[in-house]
Design a protein around this ligand. Structure first.
Ligand code: MN
Ligand code: MN
Length: 469
């Protein structure tokens, strides 16, 4: 049947919403699913930022990336990585284009919301030993109780040596948990608001109950626990001051749904963009690239990007300055000509809670990589509002390469909001736009992404690195 005039016109004028699971060929769908198998492994091996740095460096070194040397004149094709204190990472490949013409930046973050241990965490109360915690990032506290938690992190001992701790991930490991009230006795607690269902100082983690056998000492359960830690790791109580230990959901990432189209995991935000940008760079770096690539895994995004491993610090600027200096090019010249994708997740529309989203401007699972022109809250406060030309350039690159994309902002106006690292990169005069994978149940112990979106995001990052922008 011939199309009517209205049908043809609609085709021409309307922005089409496209579900990748019907749009992609079976072969491409399989590619998307296959792409996500090693991604799940990455998520299991790299639950916190220091682990993500270690895992990434392993992959980079296997592909010929070498530790960055300040003062060295890098030639096209040379691959480097810069490890910022074991918690943030920059890596890339020197391109054939003169560096004064700018670099291509892919900036994601590798920290995720969780329960950090306080610096004096161990205590004993009523014959139980517990950890005091201080939640990190946007945590809905009630989601973190009465479930298996694992302990991850690094402890720097007085002699300067470091111990990496992971307890709760191996099948035979013990796990930990934050206790909650039984329904029979929660009459008063039930009157609390959801936000205070459990309060910050109630997020105490059960770590033991067995006493050290010695009638002469008090705090026998705490003593027994500290003794176990000392015997296994050589840690004493004072070492917690120089430790970054955290409680994250225990267990592995899993396919979600009978059709296995989704992945449930802890911390897709934002290791899904970290992983996809790394895979894009690994492919791009092998192709004698034209543009110099700078892939950033930042820390501290979930707490506002502050501290010297977050992108509010100058570490990326300094590193690019060091890369440009041997060519006699000031860093401001490089940055002013650079382009950045702030690679971070967006909030996928959730049919159970439609009221907080504005449907036309929401991202949907399986609708591809989500391009977000501006972030922020209220009247676009705290935003990076990308200027329209660059948004258009990115859109063209995606369309030309057949990358399925969508757009969406973070919920209804005045419903909440949030930001990313974009504004800190933009503050360096770099053209910057937000783009990434839609996530359902963001910041929950189990977050959900669609496999086709993960794959499209990888493709988007690769095409961006290659594109003439
Ligand atoms: Mn994020
Ligand atoms: Mn986040």
């Amino acid at each position: 049947m011939e199309k009517t005039k209205g049908e043809l016109l609609k085709e021409q004028l309307f922005l089409k919403a496209e579900n990748a699971t019907t749009k992609l060929s079976d072969e491409e769908l399989k590619k998307a699913h296959d792409f996500c198998e090693p991604y799940k492994k990455f998520m299991d091996d790299a639950k916190i930022e220091n682990e993500a740095v270690v895992v990434a460096i392993e992959k980079l070194e296997a592909k010929g990336y070498k530790p960055f040397e300040s003062g060295k004149k890098y030639v096209p094709g040379e691959k480097f990585y810069y490890n910022n204190r074991g918690r943030a990472l920059i890596f890339g490949t020197m391109g054939t284009r003169p560096i004064e013409q700018g670099v291509k930046i892919l900036a994601s973050h590798i920290d995720s919301p969780r329960l950090d241990l306080k610096q004096r965490p161990v205590y004993e109360k009523d014959e139980l030993a517990l950890f005091k915690t201080h939640y990190y990032g946007g945590v809905r506290k009630y989601q973190w109780v009465a479930r298996a938690l694992a302990l991850h992190g690094d402890v720097y001992k007085k002699d300067g040596s470091v111990v990496h701790v992971t307890i709760g991930e191996d099948e035979n490991d013990p796990v930990f948990m934050v206790s909650d009230l039984l329904p029979h006795l929660s009459k008063d607690q039930n009157q609390r608001t959801l936000k205070d269902g459990l309060k910050g100082e109630e997020m105490n983690v059960v770590i033991g109950s067995q006493m050290f056998k010695d009638d002469k000492v008090s705090e026998k359960v705490k003593l027994n626990i500290l003794n176990i830690l000392f015997e296994k790791y050589g840690i004493i109580e004072g070492d917690f001051l120089s430790a970054e230990l955290t409680m994250v959901p225990a267990g592995k990432s899993k396919d979600v749904g009978l059709d296995r189209s989704l992945i449930g995991a802890y911390g897709h935000d934002d290791r899904v963009c970290a992983y996809t940008s790394m895979m894009a760079e690994l492919d791009y770096g092998d192709e004698k690239p034209e543009w110099t690539s700078i892939v950033v895994f930042a820390d501290k995004e979930e707490v506002g990007s502050d501290s010297n491993t977050g992108l509010h610090s100058a570490f990326m600027e300094y590193m690019i300055a060091d890369l440009a200096a041997p060519y006699g090019v000031p860093v401001r010249t490089v940055l002013s000509h650079s382009k950045c994708l702030s690679a971070d997740v967006s909030a996928a529309f959730d049919p159970t809670f439609p009221d907080v989203y504005e449907r036309n401007n929401s991202s949907f699972l399986n609708h591809g990589v989500c391009i977000v022109k501006y972030t922020g809250s209220g009247g676009k406060s705290g935003t990076n509002d990308c200027y329209a030309k660059f948004a258009g350039d990115v859109r063209r690159v995606m369309d030309d390469a057949g990358v399925i994309w969508q757009t969406g902002e973070l919920g209804k106006v005045d419903q909440g909001g949030g930001g990313t690292v974009a504004k800190f990169v933009a503050a360096l005069d770099v053209d910057t736009i937000d783009i990434g994978v839609p996530v359902m149940a963001m910041h929950a112990p189990m977050e959900v992404v669609a496999k086709t979106d993960v794959y499209m995001t990888y493709r988007a990052f690769y095409e961006f690195l290659k594109a003439d922008l």
